[in-house]
Structure formats: structure tokens, C-alpha cells
Design a binder for this molecule. Structure first.
Ligand code: AMP
Ligand code: MG
Length: 521
């Protein structure tokens, strides 16, 4: 085990890419640069609320001096004199080009080589930067708890994501109008220390393309390929195309995983799309409870539902198309880029159906094009809890329709007399399902194990995090720790955690923070 504080910086991003020559901290357009040097604000009374022991263990690290650690992750002190910085990027927000966005409230505080990876450490909510536009650069406790727990939950679900090392309460107040309805309130400020091999986004490329800064566009692309896709080869049009193809593949894999576990990101703007295919920027995200492809947790998007569960693959493609546009000046080959985008569509559909069949314990059959859509329609119409449905199917294998029907009853949010209307349709679907199971000839025990490793028992439902937030706002952090422990092993039966394996309680259906979330954080 190494002491985290004893590690040394080995900067890549901030020495290889172009810095903004201005080091004063005021809001501005930053041209011809990938980042601006800026220091975090020192919080008035910082307190550690939680540290991800699991992540430390994975990196083979310990923290010997907790007080010094707090100084680093609260922004009070630099990490061995590292020159901290905020990154420049642009983005399409809700379908429209928004110009320069950038790290308005994130500051990179270290770049460290650990286990053959150059990790970037970033404080989210540590004060304003040149990219803060009209906002304050801070983050509130509720959204920080949500980001902290969910990034670790996603990792343990086996989904590529940025990580969270720690969460600190700053002791300062931050004013937020949570639902943008003219009711501003003072809330407790917090800082999450996020960690990732890279925080570069699609929007990091878009900003240079929009400004016709081909020199920095090429520099950024070459940098990314050299450090993150080194096997693709030396800079050339072919390499850039291979790079774009790789980003498409990683994005596809990430979205397939989101659909597998019922994760809805909520704000898939191009500035929130990682070039490494990592889930990034946990804002108004949510987990599907009753299976509804039209659902989005983000009230800011309630009208159009652009980022609804069922639209996530389309939005990924839309975002990739804009990344293709941004890379075009380096490639200048529209048909080649289009072919890769077409492949994404096709590959996604194939992978999606393989994934859904796996959720059902079917590994060898080929979808007849009716079977999965019928299931999805039934789950939707019957308002069945997605997680509970697939987990029960994994756990309690039966060939008896009435037993199966009982489990649908248990997992549905409809009343018995509403649900019964769908019984015949379920029965028809179930007959096909049993036929497929028979064709498979997979041993039942083996199937159970494989299905349980694929269909999580515990996901971080919004109401669960909201309970942890309500307690934390009163100074009780026990539930953060309990949920943190729960999400370590989402696929295991955890007998003492059975209370978290249940449908969303009624009180949470329309509660702010549970089903209604906004971008205000
Ligand atoms: P998001 O969609 O939440 O990832 O944020 C979009 C943009 O707004 C990013 O450039 C953020 O850095 C910026 N932003 C969000 N909240 C704040 C804040 N409180 N202060 C400064 N910038 C912010
Ligand atoms: Mg963002």
C-alpha cells in the first residue's frame, strides 16, 4: 500500500496541451487553449463526509494523514504545488449549439500515475473559474451525494464511469432555486473529488471545430490517441477514423449497459459525453422503476423528454454525429464517417437484443423480432418494476405461469384489477419464453447464476439517495455509508439489506429529488 499523499504528479494533459496565457480568474471566452489555470476557493469549515475505501484499495492506496488529505480534497491546499486548472469545452445542449461551456465548477488538482494509468483528480464545486459564465462555481450537498454514490454504484455494476474518491461538506452556504420556480434557498455546499483517466468530452473537440482552430483540434486529437488509444497508430486520416470508430464502440457499450440496468442519465448534452465512453456528470439522473421508455427524471426536459430512457441510443448517435462534424477538418471524408455512424446504429441494435436476451437467460436463440418488443410493451403497460422483474426471473425459475404471474403482481405498480387486463397477453408471451428456455438446454442452476450476475438486485433508486440526502442535510451521514456498502455488491443477495430490494414507496412517486430533478445543483 502506498500513501496517497506521498505520490508525485506526472502531468500529461496540462503539459502537452495549450494553456490559456491569462491566469486571472474572471469569466471570459478562452480561445486557442484547452484549459486555464485557476485555484480553488478555500472553504470556511470543511469536513469529510465519506471516502471511497474501495477505490483507494483498487489503487493500492492508503491515507496516512487524514487532515492533510482533507486540505487537498477541499481545495485548501495544492497537491505538491500542482498548478490546478479548469478545462475548456463547448457543447450542444438539448439539441442546440451553446458555444463555450467548460469546467464552470470543476478544477483539476492533480495528475498522478497509479497502476499504469495517469489519473486526473478533479474537485467539483470548489469555486468559480473562467468558464463559470453567470453561475457561482459551487455545488450543493444533495447533488454531490448523488454524484458520489452513483459513480461508485455504476462502477460496481460493471459500467464504465468516472470515479469518486471523496465527498466534503464545505461549511459554506450556496443559494439555489431548486426547481427554477422563484424559490431560492440557501443550501449546504459540498465538493466531490472525481477521478478519471480523462475528463475530455465530445464538446472539447467541438469547441475547436466551431472556432476553426484546427491546430488545437489536431493537438487534442493526437494527444488523446497517444495516451488513450495508443494501439491505433501514428496520426493520419486512417488513425483518426479508427479513433472515431473506437469512440462509437465505447459509447455503444456504455449505452447498452445503461439500458441493461435502467439508468437514465438525464442530460446527454455533448459536453456530458466522455471521449472514453465513461458515464460522466451525474446530474438529474434516475433509475427506471416502472418500465417506461418515455420516462426522464429531469424536469428541465419534461416537455420534450429528449433524454428519456428509450431515446438514449438515438441521442448517443446524435452526439456522435456532432463529434464526427467536429473531427471532419482532420478527416475530410464524409462517406467514411457516415459508414461508421451507420455501423453504430446496426451494432447497437444487435448488441441490444443480445443484451436483453441475456437478461432473460437466453444465450443461444435468435430474437424473432416480436418477442422482445412484446415483452417491453407488456412491462410498460403493466407498470412493472424493471429491476425486480428481471431479478425475480433470475432467482425463482419456474415453468408454472401462475407462479410467474404472481411475481408480475408483486413487481407491478398497478392494482390487481388493473393488471389483470394484461394477463392473457403475458400468458402468450410466457409460452414463447418457455419454448426458448427449452431450446436453450442450459442447466437451470447455471442459468440462475449467469442471470443473477447480469440482473442487479440493488440499484441506487432516487428515493434511496434522497433519504440519505435528507439525513445528511441534518448532519447524519450514516445512510451515505450504508448505501455505499450496499452498492459495492449489487449482484449479490445481501440478507441484511433486504429492505432496499423493494419497489419505490408510494410517497416517492411525485417527490422532489425522487422523481423530479432539475439541472440546478
Ligand atoms: P451540466 O449540464 O450540469 O454538466 O453543466 C453545463 C455547464 O454549466 C458546464 O459547463 C458546467 O461547468 C456549468 N455549470 C453548472 N453548474 C455550475 C455552477 N454552479 N457554477 C458554474 N458553472 C456551472
Ligand atoms: Mg457537464
Amino acid at each position: 500500500m502506498n500513501d496517497f499523499l506521498g505520490l508525485q504528479n506526472s502531468p500529461h494533459f496540462s503539459v502537452e496541451l495549450t494553456s490559456d496565457p491569462i491566469e486571472e480568474n474572471y469569466t471570459r471566452q478562452v480561445k486557442n487553449a484547452s484549459f486555464s489555470y485557476v485555484k480553488p476557493v478555500t472553504p470556511s469549515n470543511p469536513e469529510i463526509l465519506h471516502v471511497s475505501e474501495q477505490f483507494l484499495n483498487e489503487l493500492n492506496l492508503t491515507i496516512n494523514d487524514k487532515k492533510e488529505f482533507l486540505k487537498i480534497v477541499s481545495g485548501e491546499q495544492s497537491f505538491h504545488d500542482f498548478k490546478s486548472y479548469a478545462m475548456c469545452y463547448g457543447g450542444h445542449q438539448f439539441g442546440h449549439w451553446a458555444g463555450q461551456l467548460g469546467d464552470g465548477r470543476a478544477i483539476n488538482i492533480a495528475e498522478i500515475d497509479i497502476n499504469n494509468t495517469n489519473w486526473k483528480f478533479q474537485l467539483k464545486g470548489a469555486g468559480p473559474t473562467p468558464y463559470s459564465r453567470r453561475a457561482d462555481g459551487f455545488a450543493v450537498l444533495r447533488s454531490s451525494i448523488r454524484e458520489y454514490l452513483c459513480s461508485e454504484a455504476m462502477h460496481n455494476l460493471g459500467i464504465a464511469t468516472t470515479r469518486a474518491l471523496s465527498i466534503v461538506k464545505t461549511g459554506d452556504l450556496v443559494t439555489r432555486d431548486m426547481l427554477y420556480n422563484g424559490n431560492p434557498k440557501d443550501e449546504q455546499g459540498a465538493i466531490v473529488c472525481r477521478v478519471s483517466p480523462s475528463f475530455i468530452r465530445f464538446g472539447s473537440f467541438e469547441i475547436f471545430a466551431a472556432r476553426q482552430d484546427v491546430e488545437n483540434l489536431k493537438k487534442l486529437t493526437d494527444y488523446i490517441i497517444k495516451h488513450h488509444f495508443p494501439t491505433l497508430g501514428k496520426p493520419s486520416k486512417e488513425t483518426y477514423l479508427a479513433f472515431f470508430k473506437e469512440v462509437c464502440n465505447r459509447t455503444k457499450d456504455m449505452i447498452i449497459h445503461w439500458q441493461r440496468v435502467g439508468f437514465v442519465h438525464g442530460v446527454m448534452n455533448t459536453d456530458n459525453m466522455s471521449i472514453l465512453g465513461l458515464t460522466i456528470d451525474y446530474g438529474p439522473y434516475g433509475w427506471l422503476e416502472d418500465y417506461n421508455p418515455l420516462w426522464t427524471p429531469n424536469t428541465t426536459d419534461a416537455q420534450n423528454k429528449r433524454y428519456r430512457f428509450g431515446n438514449q441510443p438515438n441521442m448517443a448517435l446524435w452526439n456522435l454525429t456532432h463529434l464526427a462534424n467536429a473531427l471532419y477538418p482532420l478527416i475530410e471524408d464524409v462517406p467514411a464517417l457516415q459508414t461508421i455512424l451507420e455501423d453504430f446504429k446496426h451494432d447497437y441494435l444487435t448488441s441490444y437484443s443480445v443484451m436483453m436476451l441475456k437478461k432473460l437467460g437466453l444465450y443461444n436463440i435468435i430474437d424473432n423480432n416480436e418477442f422482445l418488443p412484446t415483452l417491453e410493451k407488456l412491462l410498460h403497460q403493466s407498470e412493472v418494476d424493471m429491476t425486480i422483474f428481471f431479478r425475480t426471473l433470475s432467482d425463482k425459475q419456474t415453468t408454472n405461469f401462475e407462479v410467474f404471474w404472481e411475481s408480475i403482481n408483486n413487481a407491478s405498480y398497478l392494482s390487481g384489477h388493473e393488471l389483470v387486463n394484461h394477463k392473457t397477453a403475458w400468458q402468450d408471451w410466457y409460452v414463447t419464453y418457455l419454448t426458448y428456455i427449452n431450446i436453450e438446454k442450459v442447466d437451470a442452476l447455471e442459468r440462475e447464476q449467469r442471470m443473477k450476475a447480469f440482473n442487479p438486485k440493488y440499484v441506487l433508486r432516487n428515493y434511496m439517495v434522497q433519504l440519505a440526502i435528507d439525513d445528511a442535510e441534518k448532519g447524519d451521514y450514516n445512510l451515505i455509508d450504508e448505501l455505499y456498502k450496499l452498492i459495492q455488491n449489487p449482484y449479490d443477495d445481501q440478507p441484511d439489506m433486504e429492505k432496499w430490494y423493494t419497489k419505490r414507496p408510494d410517497w416517492a412517486k411525485h417527490k422532489v429529488g425522487c422523481s423530479m430533478l432539475s439541472c440546478s445543483s
